[in-house]
Design a protein. Sequence first.
Lengths: 408, 301
Amino acid sequence: MRRFLIILSICPALAAQDAAELLAKMKAMEARIQALEKEVAALKTAPAAPAAVTVSEAPQEKSAEPLPPALGQRTSTLPYYGPAVQSSKIFNPDMAAIGTFAGAAGSPGSRPGYALEMSEAEVAVQAIVDPYARADFFFSFGEKGVELEEGYLTLSALPGGFQARAGKMRAVFGKVNTFHLHTLPWVDRPLVTQNLLGGEEGISDAGLSISRILPAPKGVFLEATAQVYRGDSEGVFQSYRRDNLGTVGRLRGYRDLSESTNIDLGASYARGHSPLGPSLTTQLYGLDATLRWKPLRRAIYHSFLARTEAVWGRAQQPEAVAKPFGYYVSGEYQLARRWLVGGRFDRSDRLESALRDTGGSILLTYRPSEFSQIRGQIRRTRYGERMTANEFLFQFQYSIGAHGAHPF
Amino acid sequence: MRTLLALLLAAGAARAAGRSQVVTTTEDLASLVREVGGDRITVESIARGYQDPHFVEPKPSFLLKLQKADLLVLVGRDLEIGWLSPLVTQSRNARIQPGAAGYMDASLTCEILDVPAGQITRAMGDVHPLGNPHYWLDPANGRRIARAVEQRLSRLQPGDAAEFGRRLADFDRRLGEAEKQWESRMAPYRGRKVISYHRSWSNFAKRFGLEVAGYVEPKPGIPPTPSHTLDVIRGMKRDNIKLILVEPYFDLRTPESIARQTGGQVVVLLPSVGGVKEVKDYFQLFDYNINLLAGLFAKVP
């Protein structure tokens, strides 16, 4: 009984004590919630840029202040500029569309073309895949359809200094074959490309590529590339069986002559089966040379580039072996920030006939900004059929979105 | 053959000595890395101080440097967007690929200004959507970069971490002293208005109390137009602005024409170490610019 009374007398005291503790706990929780609300509000109003760096302004104090750990971690990862950027920069690839609209006037000779044409809308989608690779896709939308101009995976972190690519690629045969339409210094492609290297598409196929920088004397960049293709490249190579693979090889040497002048030399080789028959092969040999000048202090105003490419072919035909030859020589001088003038002379035999075409062009290019240009080209071509074409070609090019930089 | 052998030996010497090879995109970053790393590392820059860092050609000769680099330090904020990516990809160097331990974006711990708000389009010119990339022109950011470099080098070369820490502390002390001098030199001219060619001086102006009242470029990356130039002239006359700051890689014709019509003066101010021969490090960069500006401010009202 006494025990019961004791318990009864203690209960209210305990209840009062519990209530006080509970109240204190609730107050603490309320304060914590308020603090968290403040933090959330502060985070919402904070700028995206790392103004979050809490470095005090007094130099003496700064020396003692360690880096915020979160920022310290970030420096070892991809560039992270803030929440707004994260979704677009990390999870979406860089995307760009490049439009090329062209027109022609005058007598076209033996190769008629459109008076006005939306030549191409190139859509580029490029991103890093993972720590070991990046992917690049270039879709070419024409007026009559879409095709994959290039789409490849680049393994940039292979051991032994190798770099590999797998996918559909423009072959590394010479210089111009690797150029997309919007990186050409002319409205058209030279006759040697039209006649011997597959025209607008060039030597372009699905395949594997491996390249390596080779040991060389100091200051010389020497790179060797070997590529294996399925063997289908319209107008040049055709694969009839699985083992009809095409091969391309290139050796490139580069050297700075001074800080503003450099020279770039290359030798290329390509082999594949002829479109004329499964038992016939075509071999192509190419040499190219480029001299560039760009004074560093006035790099945005003046530059000069001279380039030549020569291609020799050895094409088996049903009853003979054709040995066509073609070349072009071109130059481009930047007069002012927005203006460039250029010229080109080209001559080329045709791959499947004994005809030879010869042409010359002068060009004027105006660039309102880095993202657009207007180009005019006066072209005179003497075709092998003894027809002469005098034409005025013009072109508008413009780029929207984030287009990655091009290799040199 | 003997020359080749000598070259190979020289190339191997740096590695044998355990020195990390650092490549930076600009000479400013190279100078800050040198301050921290001293002779325990080797460092070289891709861009020269007198060239426009937005427009560097990605030459294969740079690949030879990047191929061997242990650490790549870049300005970031899209400054090198037009040229660095293909170089890094083609370098065949896993150590400096984005995300690797040897890839360091120096902007990540810095105070970044001019981050555009709202919709960004190319109608605004060659705008930097991630903020102004010329942030190294505030010594406080130089200090932040040096600290990040010290952390990175210490991870790369743990055996020299103490030396890097000592050198950072020494740099910090010297920079603190220099900052006091630079600030006292510029103190009489706080609030002065200037015109600049490109938007390179936001961090510098904020730090030293200048106001950039206008730009020779109508929009970032867009060359001067006659109508905008007239606006600049009117603005300079109205506000009695006398100095036009021009980076060493821009044409001086338009700024000089503006100066003639306003009684002003063109100042070729250096955004980078190496802009002129005698400016060889980060301290000399501010010494040069502040001496030049303070001297001119003292002469003009």
